[in-house]
Design a protein around this ligand. Structure first.
Ligand SMILES: Nc1nc2c(ncn2[C@@H]2O[C@H](COP(=O)(O)OP(=O)(O)OP(=O)(O)O)[C@@H](O)[C@H]2O)c(=O)[nH]1
Ligand SMILES: [Mg+2]
Length: 264
């Protein structure tokens, strides 16, 4: 079956399957997981944009190493002027240098650079729980095409109140425009089957995270939200809350309308 969103109906996030809108089914190759292939962390690339994150990067990369026994490949697309890239290399990460041009430009390169079959995105600010990586991989092995960390399920108390409100609003608008309930459209922590990100076209910068939830979902891929813990950021934010928020809202509307039109 294609076109399902498993929403986070419980703390383990896998039990409440809302039957998704059946689409005209672009998702024929990746959605079922029917080939029975089981992935391990040897098949996973953990990727991130890094921009002056020297306070956090050591912790984030040590966590990835611990949780995956050093088996996941790590790719950082870096625009820093501080010690971030040196620390990343000390932890064995592959560092790709790029002029800072925004979140989505960095994450696009980070997703496309490695060739392992599973790509996990995260931020490099120690907000996301790397200890939940095994759960994300388990969902992929259960047939998910995209696993999306839902920060709002547990309340996201570490998130600034303005951002939290904005994220609830983004999820409400996206749900309305898609006809399918989603809970956190702008999360930075996701796992993707590589075929999915290669098969859909994507264009957004600040709104990239929302785009990479909406397009797969509206094309019938098996997209699952999974509740995650969310911690206070180390270091300074790179996001302008107002300008960034407007850009994300525009991306959500544009991408939802494009995907609705694609169905005709
Ligand atoms: N290479 C690169 N990385 C970036 C750029 N902008 C943001 N990043 C990285 O992308 C990730 C997300 O940026 P954040 O500042 O955490 O944005 P956010 O998660 O929306 O906001 P916070 O609430 O502050 O966490 C971080 O790891 C940043 O270092 C950029 O222009 N270039
Ligand atoms: Mg962040």
């Amino acid at each position: 079956m294609s076109g399902s969103l498993t929403a986070n109906g419980s703390a383990d996030g896998v039990d409440e399957a809302e039957d998704g809108a059946a689409t005209d089914g672009d998702a024929t190759t990746a959605a079922s997981g029917a080939d029975g292939e089981r992935y391990t962390f040897d098949d996973v690339s953990v990727v991130m944009g890094t921009y002056n994150e020297e306070e956090a990067i050591g912790t984030v990369l040590a966590d990835v190493e611990d949780v995956t026994d050093g088996r996941a490949e790590v790719v950082c697309v870096d625009g820093s002027s501080d010690r971030t890239p040196e620390i990343a290399r000390e932890h064995g990460a592959r560092v790709i240098e790029q002029e800072p041009q925004g979140y989505g430009v960095a994450v696009r390169e980070a997703i496309l650079a490695p060739d392992r079959p599973i790509v996990v995105t995260t931020d490099c600010d120690d907000t996301y729980p790397m200890e939940q990586l095994p759960e994300f991989l388990a969902e992929i092995n259960d047939g998910a095409d995209v696993v999306s960390g839902d920060r709002l399920y547990h309340g996201a108390k570490a998130m600034p109140a303005f951002n939290r409100l904005g994220n609830h609003a983004f999820a409400a608008v996206a749900s309305l425009l898609m006809g399918e309930r989603v809970h956190d459209t702008t999360t930075g922590m996701r796992a993707y089957r590589r075929e999915v990100v290669e098969e859909i076209g994507w264009t957004e910068n600040t709104g990239l995270s929302a785009e990479l939830l909406i397009r797969p979902l509206m094309r019938g891929y098996d997209v699952r939200e999974r509740p995650i813990a969310y911690a206070e950021r180390l270091g300074d934010t790179k996001l302008d809350p107002i300008g960034g928020g407007v850009a994300i809202a525009k991306s959500i509307v544009t991408v939802c309308l494009e995907e609705q039109l694609r169905r005709f």
